[in-house]
Design a protein. Structure first.
Lengths: 100, 325
């Protein structure tokens, strides 16, 4: 009973964070602020949803696997964010150097 | 109308929208991103249809590997496709007509009370004990229809030969020089992730016996690990189109060929394993198949686009251009 309510609460919170992240992706003006919204809000949303599903898991092993999935998604998201951001920064800098 | 059906309708509409956008967006890179998202949407659809084997393969090949291949070859294409507005309207009409046709067929089958198709699931599970594995999908792939799996590996081999033929005489082995900070980060990521990927691939290969998994899924995951290792610059600079490549590329096909010849001579039916030893034969074919599939898909990535000009090694600029912005 308490696990079910916990799943519901965590799931709704996770969906809220994902929605916030998507709004940030759509509405922020700049590439870097969009990256910020995507990585921070979406990773937290994924963590909350993984926690919600872990409450429904049959065994501790399944819950640990869900946590591992979250960690791997964190690593992938962070790496992508860093690579995109550093490439964009390099391109901005080279554009500014070429302009004058 | 329960939550599952609402989710399915939303998912179907979302997948159709992603496909439409990937066909009509004028920028090639955006189209590729839409295609990758479409692949992931398809994986979700397969999961909703309770087909986890296909979902894993679709996510890995359709979204992951194809995305990497498309991105790598996108810089050999012209900057922007010519924006044809009438073309997107034609695609929209096509999508609506096709959706109407599909929906009409589905609902008419409901209205006419057509009996649910039996399918071959019962037959597949009936002979599961003598097939050597405990998972019906693996039994179909590697025992009942092993011939098809053999031919799929042959198709991969043929595709690699065509790629190499189009590419022409080989250039120096491609490896990303580790000089800029961004590329060093990639190296650190590869060092951390590639061991995990190898473990996951091995687990998928082993789990194929009793759960969704098997040779193709394990091979694709291993290929992704090799691509990641090559991007991070931690792969040794071997020449993958030399003898090593020949052995790895042919191994899967030859393993099936040897088993086929042996079973034709001793049991008078091709690919008919002795029931008591079927498990070990399947494991042998799966292990060799995984290595072969992984190498073939990795070689697709390596050789799909010719280097800028033969005789020039890849400079830093081309390295940063070919990494996804």
């Amino acid at each position: 009973m308490i696990l079910d309510t916990l799943t519901l609460v965590l799931g709704v919170a996770g969906v809220f964070f994902y929605t916030a992240g998507t709004f940030g992706l759509l509405r922020f003006p700049d590439l870097f602020s969009r990256l910020h919204a995507l990585t921070k809000a979406d990773n937290l949303g994924l963590g909350l949803i993984a926690a919600a599903l872990a409450c429904q898991a049959d065994s501790l092993a399944v819950a640990a696997k869900l946590g591992l999935i979250w960690v791997l998604a964190l690593v992938a998201g962070t790496t992508n964010c860093y690579l995109i951001g550093s490439y964009a920064r390099r391109k901005n800098r080279s554009n500014q150097e070429e302009a004058p | 109308m329960n939550a599952g059906m609402i989710l399915d309708v939303l998912l179907a509409g979302f997948i159709a929208w992603l496909a439409f956008k990937s066909l009509t967006v004028p920028d090639f890179f955006r189209a590729i991103i839409f295609f990758i998202a479409f692949g992931l949407g398809m994986a979700l659809a397969w999961a909703r249809l309770v087909a986890p084997d296909v979902a894993i393969a679709e996510a890995a090949i359709g979204a992951g590997l194809l995305g990497v291949l498309l991105i790598k070859s996108s810089h050999a294409l012209p900057e922007k496709a010519s924006p044809k507005v009438s073309l997107s309207r034609r695609w929209l009409i096509g999508f609506i007509l096709f959706g109407a046709l599909g929906g009409g067929i589905h609902f008419s089958s409901l209205v006419l009370n057509a009996p649910a198709a039996e399918g071959l699931g019962a037959l597949a599970t009936k002979h599961l004990e003598s097939s050597g594995v405990e998972h019906p999908v693996t039994a179909v792939l590697l025992n009942y229809r092993a011939y098809d799996t053999w031919l799929e590996i042959a198709v991969l081999m043929l595709a690699l030969w065509v790629i190499l033929a189009i590419r022409g005489p080989s250039a120096p082995a491609e490896s990303t020089p580790v000089t800029k900070p961004g590329i060093q980060f990639r190296t650190a990521l590869s060092r951390g992730l590639v061991p995990i990927i190898i473990l996951v691939s091995g687990y998928l290969l082993w789990a194929g016996k009793f759960a969704p998994g098997g040779a193709f899924q394990a091979g694709v995951v291993l290929a992704a690990g090799m691509i990641l290792a090559s991007l991070g610059g931690i792969l040794p600079p071997t020449r993958w189109d030399g003898r090593l490549g020949l052995i790895l590329g042919l191994a899967g096909f030859m393993a099936f060929l040897l088993v086929a010849i042996f079973t034709s001579l001793t049991r008078f039916t091709m690919l008919n394993y002795p029931p008591t030893q079927a498990g070990s034969w399947i494991l042998f074919l799966e292990v060799v198949g995984t290595l072969s599939i992984a190498f073939l898909l990795f070689a697709f990535y390596l050789y799909v686009v010719a280097p800028p000009s033969s005789g020039q090694t890849r400079t830093d600029d081309s390295a940063t251009q070919s990494s996804p912005p």
